[in-house]
Write a protein that binds this ligand. Structure first.
Ligand SMILES: [Fe+2]
Ligand SMILES: [Fe+2]
Length: 285
């Protein structure tokens, strides 16, 4: 069964990025038309209404025990092929190609870093949440911290949070909320989505990847931070040390999408060898 996945809002609406590269990307993908922007806005409206501290705690509790399914990385990757983004006007191919394209982009610039290439392959695998029946507003899109004030660089910040219960909460609506200054992002509750889920799967199954890999996957959709520059008051020195890695990864996530599809069959053995090294066998999801 094919599941229709709306376009990933985190890759569509980037009002804060004004680089030439991004403009070209936006033009290429022709995301300026009304209906698509409306769809993206609606996804963020739902996300920003329902992703509260309570909701995030609930989702964490449901998924962190990884009792949903048993499968290998390759099985999960194949399963992602049932996720087709049918609303994307330019890229009409299964989701797993994006995984290979990102990984191959990294491989070209970082031929010596197998672990980093594997991050490219793994980073969106948490989107199997959509195949498990989760609505897309808690699978895709930009992420943001809950439990403290929603900062300005969150997309549609001024028009989508008015029905979010946390905005009137006496603690959650304050600058620091439940957090200590510079507590570190690893101690912050992020809105629920494919980043946090995949991070939990990696932890649960004891992936032997370096710290940077866990970090890049966990925060790759945290645009209000890595691109918007907000939430620095929650960051510790580790976060600042990891930020260049997150930005480096983001380059490949955004700019390797093309209709020039990789020959997956010929790439498989190479990536299988990386999987065997860092996350072998049947995993708990
Ligand atoms: Fe992603
Ligand atoms: Fe991605």
């Amino acid at each position: 069964m094919k599941i229709q996945m709306g376009v990933d809002p985190s890759l569509v609406y980037r009002p804060d990025i004004k680089s030439k590269e991004m403009k070209e990307k936006v033009e290429y993908r022709n995301y300026t038309s009304g209906p698509l922007l409306e769809r993206v806005f609606n996804t963020y409206s739902l996300m920003h209404t329902h992703q509260t501290m309570d909701f995030v705690r609930q989702k964490n509790a449901i998924w962190e025990s990884c009792t949903f399914k048993k499968m290998t990385i390759m099985e999960a990757l194949d399963w992602l092929d049932d996720l087709v983004d049918e609303s994307d006007p330019d890229v009409d191919f299964p989701n797993s190609y994006h995984a290979y394209q990102t990984a191959e982009g990294i491989r070209k610039e970082h031929p010596d870093k197998g672990w980093f290439q594997l991050v490219g392959l793994l980073h969106d695998m948490g989107k199997i949440l959509a195949l498990a029946g989760e609505p897309q507003w808690c699978v895709v899109g930009d992420t943001f911290p809950v439990g403290c004030r929603h900062q300005d660089s969150i997309v549609f910040q001024d028009s989508t949070f008015h029905n979010n219960l946390d905005t009137t909460h006496p603690i959650y609506s304050t600058e620091f909320g439940i957090y200590e200054p510079h507590c570190g992002l690893e101690n912050v509750y992020m809105s629920w989505g494919h980043d946090e889920y995949m991070y939990k799967v990696m932890k649960f199954n004891n992936f032997t990847l370096p710290e940077e890999a866990f970090y890049m996957i966990r925060f790759h959709s945290f645009y209000p931070w890595h691109t918007g520059g907000d939430y620095m008051h929650l960051c510790n020195s580790k976060d600042l040390h990891m930020l260049p890695w997150v930005k480096e990864f983001n380059k490949f996530d955004l700019y390797t999408k093309s209709e020039d599809l990789p020959d997956v069959d010929s790439l498989r053995p190479y990536y299988q060898s990386l999987i065997d090294q860092y996350c072998p066998g049947i995993l708990s999801w």
